[in-house]
Design a binder for this molecule. Structure first.
Ligand code: Z15
Length: 830
C-alpha cells in the first residue's frame, strides 16, 4: 500500500491514499474515467489533446494523495520551510517528470497501449510552461525538484505568467517573436485556489499618528489594489512520496475596486480597470541579465512577493503564532534581486500591522532572508528609481530609507571618518538619478549572501561587493549551482541511464556521486561500446526530431558541436561563429583541403531579448552563415551549421544527450556559473571552455586531459582591460581573424550586401567589451586539439565516460545540501 490508511474521522478526511491502484487495469480505468467524465469524450472520438489532458489528470490522481499527506505532515511537524522566492521557474514539460516521480511510466505505457494510444505522442502534446528566461529560472526548477526529492519542506513562490518566454521564429533569418500561449489547450497541472486569494495594495501615501501608548505609528493609505489568486503546482520528489507545492500567483481585479467604479456608472472604465489589474501577471519580461526598469516589472515583483509573505504568515502558520519566532519556521531565499522588495514588505507587516518596533522587526527580518546573486555584469544589477518606488510603494521607500540610515550609521561606527566608504556603500545612489540599489539592500538585509560558483563568489566578494565583504566577511559564502539528474540524465537520456544502471545499479539517481563507480568502466571495451551506442541512439533521435520540427538535416557521423544558451555578447556566440567562418574561408581560399576538415555539425540554439539589437543581429548572421555554408558544395558536406528556432527545455532534453562537444566560451569573469555546462558533461559531452564560472570546477573534477581549456584567465582579462583592449591590433595582426571578418564584410552571406552585418563586425573590431578576438587564436588551437582527440574514437569515448563519472558533484541535490548546511539550517524530514 501507499501511505497511511484512509480514516474518515481524520481531521483532514483524506481519501484513500494510493487509489487508483498501481496497476495497469487500475490505470486504464482511471484514465478512461478522466477521458469520459472530465474531458467529456469517448475514447473512439478523442483528440490527442483530450487524451493528453486525461493522462495528466490520471497521473495527478496518483500524486494528489501524497501531496495532501505531505502538507499534513509538514504542518504537524511545524517544520522549518524554505520559501523560495523567484520571479522565474523554467519548469519544462511536466508529464514525463510526474510519471517518473510516481513510477508510472511502464504502467502508463502499457495501459495506453491497451487503448491504442502511444505514450510518446501524448508527451509531445504538452506545451512546456516557459515561465523563465534561462539559467536563473531553470535553476529554480532544479532546486525545487531536489528539495522535494530530499524530503525538505519547501514552497516555491512565483508568478503565473499568462504568457511565458516568447516563441522564437525566424523570418529570412531574423528572429521574430510570437506570444507563448501555453495555457491555450488547457493546463492540467495547476490547481487554482480563488478561496485563498490575497489582496495587494499599491500607490497612495503614508500617515503618521501616535497610538494610545504614545508610540509613533505609520499607516499606509494605498490608492489601488489587485487580487492575487494562487495556482498550486505539484513538485513531486523522486519515488519518495513527497510532493511540495509551487505556488504561482495570478493577478485579478478586486471586487471592491470594480464595484466602486461600476456604482459610479462608468462600465467601460470598470472593465478597463479590470484589464489593468490583470496586466500584472500577463507576461514574462524576456530580458535575461539586462533588467528594463519598467513600472510593470516592479508591480510584478511586489505583487508576487506581497502575496507570498501574506500567504505564508496567514495560511501556513498556525493561528496566534508569535512572529518573533518566525525564523524558526521560514527562510526566504531571494533568487537574485527580483524579490528583494520582500525585505521592506516584511518590515512593514511586522511594524505597521503587528506592532513590532524597528529593532525587533529588523532582527526577525534579517534572520528570515538569504540572497543569491547570479551575475557580475554591472548592467544586470537592478536599481529602482526612488521616484517610481515612492509613487508605487511609498511606505516601502520610507522603510528602505530607514534601513539605509541605520546601516550607514553602522558603517560610520566601523570606519570612523571614512565618508567615501559610506558614500560608496549607500543603498541609495544619486546617479544617473536617485535610486535604490537592490543588490545592496539584499546584502544588508540577508543573513547570508552567496554566489553560484567558486570563481563567481570570489569575484562577488572582491569586485562587486568588496566593501560589504570587508564589513561582514562571514556573511558571504558560495554554493555552486547544480542540475537535477532526474530530468537531465534519467529522463532525457534513457539509453545512457540504462547503460549506467547495468554497470552500477540505480542508486545514482538520488546519489549522483555514485557515478564515480563508472571510472573503472572507462577501460572496459564492452562498456565503451554500449556508451557509444547510447550516444549514437541519441543522435538518431535528434536527427528525427530536427527533421520533423525544423526541416533540418543532420548528417551522419559528424562531431556534434553544440552551443545552446541565451544570446548575449558576453557568452560570445560570435567566437564560435568566427571559427566556422574561418574554416569555411580556409577551404574557399584553398588553404585547407575539405578532406582535412573533421566532419562537424555546429548547432546553435539561442533566444535574444526582443529589444537587444546586437543579439538579434548576431542571430541573423548565424542564420545567414548557416544558409551559405550548408549550401556550398566546396565543403563536401563536412561542415554544417544548424540553428533550430525556439531553444527551450524540451529541445535541450533532446539536444544535450546527443552532443559530443559542449561550447562554454564566455569571457572569463562574465558567466556567473552556467548550468548547461554541467548538463553536457553529465551526458558525456567534452567541454571546450574558458576558465569561467563553474567551468573551473568542471575542469578540476573531470581532469585537464578531458577538458579543452582555452582563452585568458580572469586576472588576464582584468589586466588586458586595464592596459586597454585594442581589437584592431588582433584584426591587423592575425591573418585568420582578418580573413574571417573580411569574408563576412564581403557580402558572401548577405547576397552581396556588404553592410548587412556591419554592426557585428564593427563591434568585434572596434569596441568589443567581451574581447572575442583576443581569445580567437587560443580557441582555434583548442579546436584543433578537439579534432585530434576526436580522430581517436576510443580515447574520446573514454574521456566522455570520465566526464560522466566525475560530474556527480553537479547534482542540484548537492547544491541543496550546501544551502541547507551553510545558509538555511533546516533539515530533511525523517
Ligand atoms: C540569469 O539567467 C542569470 C543571471 C542573471 O543575473 C539573470 Cl537576471 C538571469 C544566470 C547566469 O547568467 C548564469 O551564469 C547562472 O548559471 C544562472 O543564472 C543560474 O545561477
Amino acid at each position: 500500500g501507499y501511505g497511511p490508511a484512509f480514516s474518515p474521522t481524520h481531521p483532514l478526511a483524506l481519501a484513500p491514499v494510493g487509489s487508483p491502484p498501481h496497476s495497469v487495469d487500475g490505470f486504464v480505468a482511471a484514465f478512461l474515467a478522466e477521458l469520459n467524465t472530465k474531458q467529456g469524450v469517448a475514447l473512439s472520438h478523442s483528440s490527442t489533446n483530450a487524451q493528453y489532458l486525461a493522462l495528466a489528470g490520471t497521473v495527478r490522481q496518483y500524486l494528489m494523495a501524497r501531496w495532501l499527506e505531505t502538507s499534513r505532515k509538514t504542518h504537524e511537524a511545524k517544520a522549518k520551510t524554505v520559501g523560495y522566492l523567484s520571479a522565474e521557474y523554467l519548469l519544462g514539460r511536466q508529464l514525463g517528470n510526474a510519471l517518473m516521480a510516481s513510477d508510472l511510466n511502464e504502467i502508463a505505457e502499457k495501459g495506453l497501449a491497451q487503448c491504442g494510444i502511444d505514450l510518446t505522442t501524448l508527451r509531445n502534446q504538452e506545451v512546456e510552461p516557459g515561465l523563465g528566461n534561462g539559467g536563473l529560472g531553470r535553476l529554480a526548477a532544479c532546486f525545487i525538484d531536489s528539495l522535494a526529492t530530499m524530503d525538505v519542506p519547501c514552497i516555491g513562490y512565483g508568478i503565473r505568467y499568462e504568457y511565458g518566454i516568447f516563441r522564437q521564429t525566424f523570418v529570412d533569418g531574423r528572429q521574430v517573436e510570437q506570444p507563448d500561449t501555453w495555457l491555450a489547450l488547457g493546463s492540467p497541472w495547476e490547481f487554482p485556489h480563488p478561496d485563498e486569494s490575497v489582496q495587494v495594495n499599491f500607490g497612495g501615501y503614508t500617515e503618521k499618528s501616535v497610538d494610545a501608548d504614545g508610540r509613533e505609528k505609520t499607516t499606509w493609505v494605498p490608492s489601488w489594489n489587485v487580487l492575487g489568486v494562487p495556482y498550486n503546482y505539484m513538485v513531486p520528489g523522486y519515488l519518495n512520496g513527497r510532493v511540495n507545492p509551487l505556488r504561482l500567483w495570478s493577478a485579478q481585479a478586486t471586487k471592491a475596486f470594480d464595484l466602486s467604479i461600476f456604482n459610479a456608472g462608468d462600465y467601460a472604465e470598470a472593465v478597463r480597470a479590470q484589464t489593468f489589474a490583470e496586466n500584472i501577471s500577463k507576461v514574462l519580461y524576456p530580458e535575461d541579465s539586462t533588467p528594463q526598469g519598467k513600472e510593470l516589472r516592479l508591480q510584478q515583483q511586489y505583487f508576487f512577493v506581497a502575496c507570498s509573505l501574506r500567504d505564508f504568515l496567514d495560511h501556513e502558520l498556525e493561528e496566534g503564532f508569535d512572529l518573533h519566532d518566525l525564523p524558526s519556521r521560514i527562510i526566504f531565499q531571494l533568487n537574485d534581486t527580483h524579490p528583494v522588495i520582500a525585505v521592506p514588505e516584511l518590515m512593514r507587516i511586522l511594524m505597521d500591522e503587528r506592532g513590532f518596533d524597528w529593532e525587533e522587526a529588523w532582527e526577525v527580518t534579517h534572520q528570515c532572508f538569504a540572497y543569491t546573486c547570479h551575475t557580475l555584469l554591472p548592467e544586470a544589477l537592478e536599481v529602482w528609481s526612488t521616484d517610481l518606488l515612492g509613487r508605487l510603494l511609498p511606505r516601502h521607500l520610507e522603510i528602505i530609507y530607514g534601513i539605509n540610515d541605520r546601516f550607514l550609521a553602522e558603517v560610520r561606527e566601523a570606519f570612523p571618518g571614512d565618508e567615501l566608504r559610506a558614500g560608496r556603500m549607500s543603498i541609495i545612489t544619486e546617479y544617473p538619478e536617485r535610486g535604490v540599489r537592490m543588490a545592496y539592500l539584499a546584502t544588508v538585509a540577508a543573513t547570508k549572501v552567496n554566489g553560484v560558483a567558486e570563481l563567481h563568489s570570489q569575484l562577488l566578494r572582491d569586485k562587486v561587493l568588496p566593501d560589504f565583504s570587508a564589513l561582514w566577511p562571514e556573511r558571504f559564502t558560495n554554493v555552486t549551482n547544480g542540475v537535477t539528474p532526474r530530468r537531465f540524465l534519467k529522463m532525457a537520456n534513457p539509453k545512457l541511464s540504462d547503460v549506467i544502471c547495468d554497470a552500477i545499479g540505480s542508486g545514482w539517481v538520488t546519489d549522483l556521486e555514485r557515478l564515480k563507480e563508472l571510472e573503472t568502466y572507462a577501460l572496459d571495451d564492452d562498456f565503451l561500446a554500449a556508451f557509444r551506442e547510447a550516444k549514437d541512439w541519441n543522435k538518431r533521435r535528434l536527427t528525427t526530431l530536427l527533421r520533423n520540427r525544423d526541416g533540418i538535416d543532420l548528417p551522419d557521423g559528424h562531431l556534434l558541436d553544440v552551443m545552446v544558451k541565451r544570446l548575449h555578447e558576453y557568452k560570445r556566440q560570435t567566437l564560435k561563429l568566427l571559427h566556422v567562418v574561418s574554416l569555411y574561408e580556409q577551404v574557399l581560399s584553398g588553404k585547407l583541403a575539405p578532406a582535412d576538415l573533421t566532419p562537424r555539425t555546429v548547432v546553435f540554439g539561442a533566444k535574444a531579448a526582443p529589444g537587444y539589437r546586437m543579439a538579434k543581429d548576431i542571430i541573423h548572421l548565424i542564420n545567414r552563415v548557416a544558409r551559405t555554408v550548408n549550401a556550398d558544395p566546396c565543403l563536401e558536406g563536412r561542415l554544417k551549421v544548424a540553428f533550430p528556432a525556439n531553444y527551450n527545455v524540451t529541445l535541450a532534453e533532446k539536444l544535450i544527450p546527443a552532443a559530443d562537444l559542449s561550447e562554454q566560451i564566455s569571457l572569463a569573469g562574465m558567466e556567473a556559473s552556467g548550468t548547461g555546462n554541467m548538463k553536457f558533461a553529465l551526458n558525456g559531452a567534452l567541454t571546450i571552455g574558458t576558465d569561467d564560472g563553474a567551468n573551473v570546477e568542471i575542469r578540476r573534477l573531470v581532469g585537464d586531459e578531458h577538458f579543452f581549456l582555452f582563452g585568458m584567465s580572469e586576472p588576464e582579462v582584468a589586466a588586458l582591460g586595464a592596459r586597454g583592449y585594442d581589437p584592431g591590433a588582433y584584426y591587423q595582426g592575425n591573418a585568420a581573424i582578418r580573413a574571417a571578418i573580411d569574408l563576412i564584410n564581403s557580402g558572401i552571406f548577405s547576397d552581396g550586401d556588404r553592410g548587412m552585418f556591419e554592426s557585428v563586425t564593427m563591434s568585434l573590431t572596434h569596441h568589443d567589451r567581451f574581447m572575442a578576438l583576443a581569445d580567437f587564436e587560443s580557441y582555434v588551437a583548442a579546436q584543433a586539439r578537439v579534432e585530434e582527440r576526436y580522430a581517436d574514437q576510443e580515447s574520446w569515448t573514454r574521456s566522455a565516460v570520465l566526464n560522466v563519472a566525475r560530474s556527480g558533484y553537479f547534482s542540484s541535490d548537492r547544491s541543496m545540501r550546501d544551502y541547507l548546511r551553510r545558509i538555511w539550517h533546516t533539515q530533511p524530514m525523517l
